[in-house]
Design a protein around this ligand. Structure first.
Ligand SMILES: *Cc1c(COP(=O)(O)O)cnc(C)c1O
Length: 379
């Protein structure tokens, strides 16, 4: 069966259907060699491989699974999500212009602000979940429009198709950070995005043991070729061990995402009714600002990420986090284990409510997680 015709569950479970030709193994081997030999006529023994900075079988295999899952032409893996973002933004010329969604992953905002200052790039930050505001920001030409949906940690939902139209009017590429949606729930390229980005550190790997990032293009373009060239020459590459672990993690991606979404939906319903909770930010709730758009552009669930605001502010939120037994108090998201984070501690100046706790819901039993939240908040 052509991988193009496979459903995501099949593509992921067989990790692209790679059988190791040499051993017959149903999983690919890890090839740690940094360099590859030539024959006596000086032709490479394997024409795909000369030096591991640009040629790595496990990386190529993981990329082909990711491109398949997103319905893209090509994928490029990077050693972290931030390296993928930096690789993309380095294609913006000095003196150029970018439009970036406000209130997104703090590491992205912080790095892009610094990059734009250093490179004399005009940066317009806009609440892209507001279609009219994004259109207005795109009235002036730009090279890139960057959105993140659902956003972390505000869980705002941005209309990808509308953003694609706005980006096009500015002559810009639309790039979507789809980390919180995963390739299973959302397909930004089919909605008009030019490039999708994921922190593969999160749900794609899913086991909190690999750093990785990926860009996936709907079609190749001069910008895409420049990103690939820069990755190879500047050396922002993933190693074979990480790529192999990523391939292993991805085999269960659809199953994990399904369970995480079901657990998150049950927790959101529970928290929405809790007397010690002021607000629950989760696109799956009918009361959520972006519920209607999320229902249109997410299939099979609304994700595993949510934030809620504890009544009583900072002290009450930290006290609740301190009482949790199952949720680990740790940053990051998308792993099989549930995590909780007090975001105001991490980004004190970004306007995050002091009482906000962000949770990443894992694959544990939903009843156990709800009981843990119940005892921590006080029933
Ligand atoms: C974690 C994260 C990133 C950065 O990825 P790293 O792998 O940590 O470099 C970017 N965007 C979002 C939404 C994230 O959650």
């Amino acid at each position: 069966m052509d991988p193009k015709d496979m459903h995501p569950a099949t593509l992921a479970a067989q990790a692209g259907g790679v059988i190791d030709a040499q051993s017959g193994g149903v999983v690919p081997p890890i090839q740690p060699s940094t360099t590859f030999a030539r024959n006596r006529d000086y032709a490479p023994l394997n024409p795909q491989n000369t030096y591991a900075r640009d040629h790595n079988d496990a990386v190529r295999q993981a990329e082909s699974v990711l491109a398949g899952l997103e319905g893209g032409a090509q994928a490029l893996l990077f050693p972290t999500g931030m390296a993928a973002i930096a690789g993309l933004f380095r294609t913006v010329p000095n003196g150029g212009r970018v439009v970036v969604q406000s209130g997104i992953y703090w590491g992205t905002t912080r790095w892009i602000r610094d990059f734009c200052t250093r490179r004399d790039v005009t940066l317009t930050e806009v609440d892209a979940s507001d279609v009219a505001a994004l259109a207005a920001a795109c009235a002036t030409p730009a090279q890139l429009v960057w959105i993140e949906t659902p956003s972390n940690p505000w869980l705002k939902t941005t209309d990808i198709a509308a953003a694609a139209g706005a980006a096009k009017s500015a002559g810009a590429l639309l790039v979507v950070d789809s980390t919180a949606a995963t390739p299973i729930l959302s397909q930004p390229l089919a909605l008009g995005a030019d490039i999708v980005m994921h922190s593969a550190t999160k749900a794609i790997n899913g086991h909190s043991d690999v750093l990785g990032g990926v860009l996936i293009a709907r079609e190749t373009s001069p910008t895409w070729e420049a990103i690939a060239e820069d990755r190879a020459t500047a050396g922002a590459v993933m190693g074979p061990f990480e790529a192999w672990l990523l391939l292993r993690g991805m085999r269960t991606l659809p199953l994990r995402v399904k369970q995480m979404c079901a657990n998150a939906a049950a927790i959101a319903d529970y928290l929405a009714d809790h007397p010690r909770v002021d607000a629950v930010l989760y696109p799956g709730l009918a009361s959520h600002q972006g519920h209607e758009i999320a229902s249109r552009q997410m299939q099979g669930g609304y994700g595993f990420l949510m934030s809620f605001v504890v009544k009583g502010g900072r002290d009450a939120a930290l006290a609740a986090a301190g009482k949790l037994n199952l949720f680990h108090r740790a940053t990051s998201l998308g792993g099989v284990e549930s995590l909780v984070e007090h975001r105001a501690t991490i980004e004190p100046h970004s306007g995050i409510p002091e009482g906000l706790l962000r949770i990443s819901v894992g694959i544990e039993d939903a009843g156990d997680l709800i009981a843990d939240l119940g005892q921590a908040l006080g029933q």
